[in-house]
Design a protein around this ligand. Sequence first.
Ligand SMILES: [Zn+2]
Length: 429
Amino acid sequence: MRALATTSVDRFRRELHAHPEPGWAEFRTTARLIEELALLQHARVVYGGALGLGERRLGVEPQQQREFARRAVEAGCPTDLIAELADAGTGVVCEFGDGSRGGWLVLRFDIDALAVRESDDPVHAPVAQGFASGIDGYSHACGHDGHAAIGLGVARRVDRLVGQLPLGLGVRIVFQPAEEGTRGAAALVDAGWLRGAGWFFGLHLDALEGLPAGTVVPGTRRILATEKLDVVLTGRASHAAESPELGRDALAAAVDVYAALRGCDWDGATVSCNALAGGEARNVIAAHAELKCEIRAVEWAAVVRARERFTRIVEEESARRGVIARVDTVGRSIGGGSDGPGTSLMRESAERAGLPVVDVRDFGASDDAADLMAATQRGGGIGSYGLLATGGLADAHSARFDCSPAALESGVALMTECVRTVIREMRQE
Ligand SMILES: [Zn+2]
């Protein structure tokens, strides 16, 4: 007998909202998704070591992982599962049917939260209704709680559509970890989860200037390419008063690097450095310093060129101070955009679902959904990354970001309709 779902899409979103977890530390979120997806009749649920992310992960933060793993275990998640997810990576892939001969229809929903403190304003709906973030300093300010809940809702509907899937068509629903900092998608592509993808669809909740909840932008252009870089500088400590000349000042090198790189624009590739930390004590020449930087451009090739110049400047500036420099890639996305056929398919699906549709627009930021979409397009498939109105006015990454239950229902309807449209097109061929 089929087990009953334990929670509605809206309730699931509220539950995730109250327990935000940052990228590669979505332990409780992953455990709950596995639990809910296991109730489906036809789903193959893949996670942990079987996902193959492990060493492919970029930008894992061990301290954050330990803290959130501990919280998950305290919340009752199985200890061995959390240990596996910490080693092998968070996230879940849920498959229906077999796309190995015809193609996979890939739907992506990201699941991670941000290090943004949620508003405690009593009129902010999560506060008023008792599901605000319970973890100080973290929240779902980018709406990925809503994305994950929509994904679960879509999985439940696809489970009931399995009998209609044409031979050779498989549906692969990807609950992607670590979108923030563009860290998760590249690992999924490397691990082969986009191989054989014929269609890619995803969506992001967005205020869309207050358009009614559930309004659909059926495609986005100019999703920016980016590389996230940590500059790690190692000097030598010495007594700041007695023997400063014996030291190699990593903090001074960091300031030089910052001044040389900040705001650079090389052929449309812009560099920004937004965090600098270094030094150990007031009276010791700093032996360590670190900068967090990023490069963004419309074209990935421009990012690659800028990265070379970036590295050269870091090496020159640190060498002048006798400091050793290392540049680590902690995130990357090649950028891209929806294609014509993918956009048309999403538009048609939105119309069939009875949702209001507005024009395609520029994305204007990065989202590593672009990497999954580009992998699909490279293999000859089509794809679109859309936007869905939250029904609120707060922009993503703000402390008051929220989405209405109606937006969640619209998201489930839209993505399910995309599956139905592909089924219909395949049947007509
Ligand atoms: Zn986001």
